[in-house]
Ligand binder design. Structure first.
Ligand SMILES: [Zn+2]
Length: 276
């Protein structure tokens, strides 16, 4: 019993001593911090500089797509896919590129201003405080107060996957695009007449991606909708190889939508060619 009491009081003693040391440090540390935040010329100047700068946040424009058809996965490049997406997202992506460029130039100015700041100047005497420790605390506080580096480099990644019918991905490719490359594509896409792009490379890329929107899943549901027969001559699956045809051809601006797709036999499809 006595042994237990002694152990317990020793334990409590240790705890109390530990707590005292902790509290002591905590209050001393607090005094240093208070002195620095009230008297450091550097910290005050830093806060004033911070108030003058605002940066734009990072925005994610990465593109991802999964093909269930190996043929499309092989023929469509990451750049093709990006060109297709730029038809709809060029404005937002262009704005983000401009914002990142703004961040970059503003952050350079910010860093230059910060480099000019001097540590170790205080508006009132240190008194009993140790100079070495005051300066250490000042350095830490200034470091914490510095604005975090904003996004200063634009980049966009396109990732294309190929998956089996059960969803298992067995092939993938990805490519990263710099701001310069995206802007160059946008410039080529600016050359337009109506909904058509005059740049042949751009138009071909868009057509490849549009055709690639007919997934295997979609193909089979269109065969089923059309009763597994050619919509032109009525040949059935048993006698003819059935194919999916774009009623308005992709090269003429037709889309890969259910309304614009039909089942044709190989013969009728070849005869129809690129006609409407
Ligand atoms: Zn036919």
């Amino acid at each position: 019993m006595i042994y237990l009491t002694v152990t317990l009081s020793v334990l409590l003693g240790c705890l109390a001593a530990g707590l005292a040391v902790f509290l002591g440090r905590y209050f001393i540390q607090g005094r240093y911090k208070r002195f620095v935040s009230e008297n450091s010329a550097c910290l005050r100047a830093l806060k004033e500089i911070n108030a003058r700068f605002t940066f734009f946040p990072e925005a994610d424009f990465d593109q991802k797509h999964t093909y269930d058809n190996e043929n499309f996965f092989d023929t469509i490049s990451c750049e093709d896919f990006l060109i297709y997406q730029l038809q709809y997202q060029a404005k937002k992506i262009g704005e983000q590129i401009a914002k990142v460029a703004y961040n970059r130039s503003e952050y350079c100015k910010y860093i230059d201003e910060i480099k000019a700041l001097r540590l170790g100047e205080f508006s009132s005497p240190l008194g009993k405080l140790k100079r070495e420790k005051v300066q250490k605390v000042e350095k830490e506080l200034c470091h914490k107060t510095k604005l975090a580096q904003p996004v200063t480099q634009f980049s966009l990644t396109v990732r294309l996957y190929c998956a089996r019918i059960n969803g298992r991905i067995y092939a993938a490719k990805e490519e990263n695009f710099s701001a310069e490359r995206v802007l160059a594509l946008m410039k080529r896409m600016g050359n337009k007449s109506g909904t058509f792009y005059r740049d042949r490379g751009i138009w071909d890329a868009i057509c490849r991606v549009e055709r690639g929107k007919v997934s295997n899943r979609m193909r089979f549901s269109i065969y089923a909708r059309d009763g597994y027969r050619c919509r032109n001559c009525g040949a059935s699956q048993r006698y003819a190889a059935l194919e999916i045809d774009h009623i308005i051809p992709v090269s003429k601006g037709g889309k890969s939508t259910y309304d614009n797709l039909q089942t044709l036999c190989h013969k009728c499809n070849v005869e129809k060619g690129n006609k409407l």
